[in-house]
Design a protein around this ligand. Structure first.
Ligand SMILES: O=C1O[C@H]([C@@H](O)CO)C(O)=C1O
Length: 585
């Protein structure tokens, strides 16, 4: 198979040995500014061995990894080199305390950066953990605009667990149809759904129509042929080189557009220690579900037969899979990476085995000593998730409002009192009692809206995400919801309609802190957070086409306390007019 040429393998071995030693080096300097100069441009690339256009950063796909230490200021000077479209980048999991204009959400925190313009993102990383970044304008994440963002503990501090080396995995899904065509299909009448991805990618690499694992005795005539490529191809798997009898931290994040994934490594159990940049009570699992917008760290001990290699595989969950698993090799050095594992890759649990997913997610509990939620809430917002229609167009709606973002970003319009910038009607806090969650909506018609949930500064908010049936009989889908500007405590999950009696079952003792939480088909998920971060924050389904079809809401809190917003974030829509009136002195 020629996964890795010999010389390349030696080079990588040296870098693994370096990696192992690096974790013991003590740095002698404190927090600092980390500067990056980036250009976003389309480039031709073959993520799954088939060439298409991808949105790259400095010619790289995925974009460069940002690595910083807790307390550092990260400064990214981003120049838009796309010929005809705007761009923004969201720093997923970074709460942006004091810098809400750097959250990178078009129409919410800033104006899109026009071609040839530069915008400087400057923010503090105030919590160690595994994060990532991605485009947040239209469906630019699906176009390939993403990369990893890793925050190490502060100088002289230790993680609450030991490891000898570290490996970084960023998962995504990939379509051969351009994002432009996908977007047009979604907004056509009737809607043309994007379908399942052609490939899954691990660190931007996958294999369409060929298998790294072909040749395991029972491969049938329908299974794809063996991959034939040299290790230098863009789609060649990034082999994970490890040394025997060590402990590795795998940092994992999922920036998929659609797919929920399950990860497994042959013969190795994983000990989960971090979720979305928050420590959890360690627990061991043979496989792990990861939804779009989530990140995890797991510890792996290389205690298996050192004369073998092992498969690392990801497969689709929660939707009927039509996409092959993505694979790479967990290579025990010094044996060659081209020695195929003796056992075939692990198969993902049945796509609709939700009991498996629920049992995993309920094991996640905050590490002892983590911040606890307030015991009471001040305001409860119940959000019903439905698929709907507007004049024959398919939409997603929350409490029967489908989010259509306004041309003027909310942060500037709210801060500067520009009331015509968006609807001043309060979006609904609940949905009718007689709504039947188990059936398609009896009246599927909805309307668009762009109203904002204004949260009094400092209060405790409970959000109940309530799932329901889609437009099709007997279908309810998974939705991973992501909150900007905050972590929330996940207080509980339940089946059917949420009711007051469910409150008794909330976990107020050690609920995990996260920034993304899933709702299961026909179920509910309860979240709690404190509205203590001045700014305007998106809260939305992280499935990119669903957000595109309106599946989100907007929270605003303490906007009067936001310091002076940089003019570059305001130079569009009604805030541009406001600037021209000379208000920004
Ligand atoms: O938004 C979606 O549309 C399709 C389907 O409901 C209609 O084709 C699907 O699976 C989604 O998640």
């Amino acid at each position: 198979m020629g996964l890795m040429a010999n010389q390349e393998q030696r080079k990588l071995m040296v870098s693994v040995l370096y990696l192992v030693s690096v974790s013991t080096i003590q740095y002698s300097f404190g927090s600092q500014e980390r500067h990056f100069k980036w250009e976003v441009a389309y480039t031709l690339w073959a993520p799954d061995c088939v060439e298409h256009s991808v949105m790259a950063i400095n010619g790289q796909f995925p974009g460069p990894t940002i690595r910083a230490r807790l307390g550092d200021i990260v400064v990214i000077q981003l120049t838009n080199k796309l010929p005809t479209e705007g761009v923004v980048i969201h720093w997923h999991g970074i709460r942006q305390f004091g810098t809400p204009w750097a959250d990178g959400t078009a129409s919410i925190s800033q104006c899109a950066i026009n071609p040839e313009e530069t915008f400087v993102y400057r923010f503090k990383v105030d919590k160690a953990g595994t994060y990532f970044y991605h485009g947040h304008y239209g469906m630019q994440r699906s176009a390939g605009l993403y990369g990893s963002l890793i925050v190490d503990v502060a100088e002289g501090e230790k993680e609450p667990f030991h490891y000898d080396g570290e490996l970084n995995l960023l998962f995504s899904d990939w379509w051969h149809k351009s994002v432009n065509e996908q977007e047009i299909g979604l907004s056509s009448k009737p809607m043309r759904w994007i379908g399942e991805p052609q490939s899954l990618l691990i660190n931007g690499r996958g294999q369409y129509n060929c298998s790294l694992a072909a040749g395991y005795g029972n491969s049938s005539s329908t299974s794809p042929p063996e991959c034939k490529f040299q290790g230098n191809k863009q789609c060649a798997p990034q082999v994970l080189h490890v040394l025997p009898r060590k402990t590795y931290r795998l940092r994992i994040a999922s920036t998929t557009a659609l797919s929920s994934l399950n990860l497994a490594i042959g013969n190795h159990k994983m000990v989960v220690v971090e979720a979305d940049g928050n420590y959890v009570e360690p627990f061991a699992v043979p496989d792990l579900d990861i939804y779009s917008g989530e990140s995890y760290s797991v510890l792996i001990t290389t205690d298996q037969n050192p004369n073998e290699n092992y498969w690392l595989s990801i497969g689709v969950r929660g939707r009927e899979p039509k996409t092959s698993h993505a694979l790479t090799i967990f290579n025990y050095l010094p044996i060659s990476a081209s020695k195929l594992p003796t056992s075939p890759p692990l198969i993902t649990p049945e796509w609709n085995d939700y009991a498996h997913s629920k049992s995993f997610i309920k094991k996640l509990l905050a590490l002892m000593g983590s911040p606890k939620p307030p015991t009471n809430y001040h305001r409860r917002i119940v959000l019903l998730n439905t698929q709907n229609k507007i004049n024959g167009y398919t939409k997603w709606a929350i409490n029967n409002v489908s989010l259509a973002l306004p041309p003027t970003p909310y942060l500037g319009s709210i801060k500067h009192g520009l009331k015509h910038a968006f609807s001043q009607r309060k979006p609904p806090e609940n949905f009718p009692n007689n709504y039947n969650l188990m059936k398609p909506p009896t009246n599927p018609n909805t309307t668009t809206g762009n109203g904002v949930y204004i949260l009094s500064f400092g209060i405790t908010i409970d959000v109940i995400l309530q799932n329901a049936n889609t437009l099709n009989e007997n279908v309810s889908e998974i939705h991973p919801w992501h909150l900007h500007g905050h972590d929330f405590w996940v207080l509980g999950y339940g089946e059917g309609r949420f009711s007051q009696k469910d409150v008794k079952k909330f976990n107020l003792k050690n609920p995990p802190l996260r920034n993304t939480a899933v709702i299961f088909p026909y179920g509910w998920t309860a979240l709690r957070f404190v509205a203590d971060n001045p700014g305007v924050w998106a809260f939305h389904c992280h499935i990119e086409p669903h957000l595109h079809m309106g599946m989100g809401v907007v929270f605003a809190e303490g906007v009067r306390r936001v310091p002076k917003i940089p003019a570059e974030a305001l130079a569009c829509g009604l805030t541009a007019k406001w600037l021209m009136r000379g208000n920004h002195t």
